[in-house]
Design a protein around this ligand. Sequence first.
Ligand code: ADP
Ligand code: ADP
Ligand code: MG
Length: 452
Amino acid sequence: MIKRLLIANRGEIAVRILRACRELDIEVVIAHSRVDDLQRYLALADDTVCVSARSYLEGAPFVAAAQSRGCDAIHPGYGFLSENAEFADLVTSEGLVFVGPTAEQLRLLGDKSAARQRLFKTGVPVLPGTPFLADASEAANAAEEIGYPVLLKAAYGGGGRGIRIVRESRHMATEFEQAQAEARVGFGRDEMYLEKFLEAPRHIEVQLLGDGAGQVVHLGTRECSLQRRHQKVLEEAPAFGISHQQLDEVCNIAVTAASALNYRNAGTFEFLYEDGAFYFIEANGRIQVEHPVTEEVTGVDLVKAQLQIASAEHLPFSQNDVVIKGHAIECRLNAETLDVETGHVSPSPGDVKVFELPAGIGVRVDTHVRAGEAIPHQYDSLIAKIIFKGRDRTECMTRGRRALAELNIAGIATNLTLHQRIMTNEAFREGHVHTGFIEQLLIDWRRRRYSR
Ligand code: ADP
Ligand code: ADP
Ligand code: MG
């Protein structure tokens, strides 16, 4: 059993993990960078430790901190060290529990190209694509075979970065070089692969929990098509507008594949959906940003489940216990400025002067931010997740409009207006969502400005 846990992360997910620990009577130590020294959420922990590491990316100082503070486990949250197989190895070799998959599983899933090939063998449908490409000419040959447009993807990419569309063969050479250079800087590795590009698919994913001994349950689907530059902005659970039979099918495919890997931990299988068919794109071996929408419709605390699996190595419940009820939506509130004319988004760090949160029936806010606090420029711009739930999607959206209207933030710019526009958008209300939805919304927004 885990008794004292070190959180190797920051912000809202650090608070989220702390809350699950409190309910399980696990003591919490939050390790933080110098930049986060004055963050007020640190006061929630039993103890804190400032690791003088290069931000939250260097593993060894977190392991040393866990040992010096008497911890027996480390939770990596999402981003940062969460999918780092060497970190998982280091944590376990020092006799600590890593709250996540095995290092071997992280190694497989971390290479998106290898994961595609491996999971295809267990019956998971994938898009036409390639293994690693040696150079631009190999990429050009493969693209001819697949047919343009294609996507160049960094095998070790993530967070929506390291992805480039190539529409014509004459652009392949330059795009390949640039994508590779970007991947080198962003991920420290530059292996590239190709995938057929779909023009307007939906992003639908399956939430899983595995015990590491072959038992896997799914907690249904999420709709995550509302994205900007391949990054999720708003997510829903469950997916809608697709038959229950087909959604069950994709859930079962994911369960079968994860069971074959003896998958351990919470995990997500991501798919694109177009013209009635699902295509796997990647699997994430960690808790995801959008996990609360699944919690809201299943009643399952996913972080608690992660900790229970890591402690006891068995699932706290079975598939028959999972019942999906109602509909939930999450809005990612980011500290950012949107230039509607160009569609360009820039971070908006600074001091939060006023922060009044929505409340009432069916509303949940996951945040670490308090009024009077500074948002540092060094990290991700996510400052809060506004989550709401209704008996069905219509009630959920109505509640969402009410909740977003109650939210009051001053001192920094946020994407609140964008969320309000989405929540009142006709096409969104009717469920006509796809990965190009926000881009289209911005075009309409501009057009209305000119016609005024
Ligand atoms: P989710 O589906 O949980 O939203 P994302 O892909 O958006 O997953 O990633 C969650 C967080 O982790 C984001 O803050 C994102 O920037 C970060 N992240 C994920 N993968 C990487 C990576 N390979 N490199 C840098 N940041 C990453
Ligand atoms: P990351 O590891 O950065 O999360 P993903 O492979 O999950 O990268 O893709 C992120 C997003 O990019 C998807 O949700 C989708 O919007 C878009 N995308 C990825 N692959 C394709 C594809 N083959 N065709 C069209 N869009 C894609
Ligand atoms: Mg993804």
